[in-house]
Ligand binder design. Structure first.
Ligand code: FA5
Ligand code: MG
Length: 374
């Protein structure tokens, strides 16, 4: 079964996506499944690839020949790998059908790269760096996209070092502070804030002061004993882990204003970047936007994330933002009005074209989410 699932995602089968490939209980639309083939982090001269290489090199330089690097692990993982082994509670929001893409009841598109940690630990790996695409059902705006990329790392220490937790935390923090310095290519102001993750204790988040704002860069901490046990790590060993989001970092470093640009096939975008260099994005002309509102009575089937995703499925990357404009209640019913902002990154949209997309969205929302259009 596991093998078959891998085939579905890694072979040509996905190229000719036919509905029948996706189990009927799945909430993964074909448009999302297609994204599993893109692997932006593996594309030469792509900003995400440039950053990935810099991070890998930085870790390799700090700890020569200690870490293994992985960047093509299968995106479909079991709920055991993604949640159970990481001590994610059964009622944690990240497990919800409304927040996560389920292939079937026991397999999901990974929601974070940490999903691979216990498998690699069981294989005896003691230090590794993982890069890949992760999937979450989420809202639509300039900094959220249902697919983004993470770099995760784990470092396990032997019993002698593990006896002193402060030493492990100091090693984790100094590794990440050097990493930040290397990426930002200068001394940057960093602050550590307490974090909370089901799989680490203590947990921290690292923030970087950049252009007047504190930017959340990553989460990290010491792996809990329960996670180490799931990874069959020696009782006397301990270790740290971190997970970093590539898009937000790339958006500030390359000054890329919209997260959709990472998926652009436009040469005016792709031509601007070269491996090994961080250069500022030069915007090409911005095309005009237009908006359309949609209002409906909610149904039992309605969920905001399902609506956002449906909009993305129908309209693709022509949608810039979907915002809830108004909500009101009458006779136990709730009405929502959303404004859908259309703007292509690559060209001007015609009025007819947008009307047609909007009509299709209305039709699909009524049909699939069973809302009553107003
Ligand atoms: C995690 O995903 C944890 N697995 C990270 C971790 C690993 C913690 C190992 C401890 C040990 P979180 O959901 O906060 O945590 O995401 C990690 C990073 O991914 C964030 O700091 C942020 O940079 C980025 N990120 C999270 N959500 C989004 C999003 N919707 N769009 C873009 N980047 C995001
Ligand atoms: Mg967070």
């Amino acid at each position: 079964c596991q093998f078959l699932l891998h085939c579905c995602l890694s072979s040509e089968a996905v190229v000719n996506l036919s509905g029948s490939l996706i189990p009927s209980s799945s909430n993964i639309p074909p448009s999302i499944l297609e994204k599993t083939r893109e692997k932006l982090h593996l594309r030469p001269n792509h900003p995400l690839h440039i950053l990935k290489k810099m991070i890998e090199k930085s870790i390799e330089d700090m700890h020569p020949r200690e870490f293994s690097f992985y960047d093509d692990l299968p995106q479909l993982v079991s709920t055991t790998d993604c949640f159970d082994d990481l001590l994610v509670e059964w009622n944690h929001p990240s497990r919800r059908y409304t927040d996560t893409y389920y292939w079937d009841e026991s397999h999901v598109l990974r929601t974070h790269m940490t999903a691979h940690d216990t498998t690699l630990l069981r294989a005896g790996k003691k230090a590794f760096v993982l890069t890949g695409d992760v999937y979450r059902r989420d809202s639509i705006d300039k900094s959220h996209y249902p697919v983004f990329h993470q770099v995760d790392a784990v470092r396990i220490f032997d019993r002698n070092t593990s006896q002193n937790e402060h030493k492990l935390i100091a090693d984790l923090k100094s590794t990440l502070e050097s990493l930040a310095k290397n990426i930002f290519q200068r001394e940057v102001q960093i602050r550590w804030v307490d974090g909370e993750f089901p799989f680490t204790y203590p947990s921290f988040e690292m923030e970087v002061f950049w252009n007047g704002n504190w930017l959340e860069l990553l989460g990290c901490g010491l792996l809990k004993r329960g996670v180490l046990d799931a990874g069959q790590v020696d009782k006397n060993s301990k270790g740290w882990a971190f997970g970093l989001g590539l898009e937000r970092l790339a958006m500030v470093l390359f000054e890329i204003p919209d997260i959709r640009l990472f998926w652009s096939k436009d040469e005016r975008f792709l031509q601007q970047f070269r491996d090994g260099k961080i250069t500022k994005f030069k915007p090409y002309s911005k095309y005009p936007s237009c908006y359309k509102d949609i209002t409906f009575w909610l149904s039992e089937k309605f969920h905001e994330n399902a609506f956002y995703e449906l909009v993305r499925t129908v309209a693709g990357d022509t949608v810039e933002e979907v915002a809830l404009l108004d909500e009101f209640h009458r006779n136990n019913k709730t009405s929502h009005c959303y404004r859908i902002v259309y703007r292509s990154m690559d060209r001007s949209l015609t009025n007819d074209e947008v009307d047609e997309i909007q009509d299709k969205i209305r039709e699909e929302v009524a049909r699939r989410l069973e809302v009553i259009l107003r």
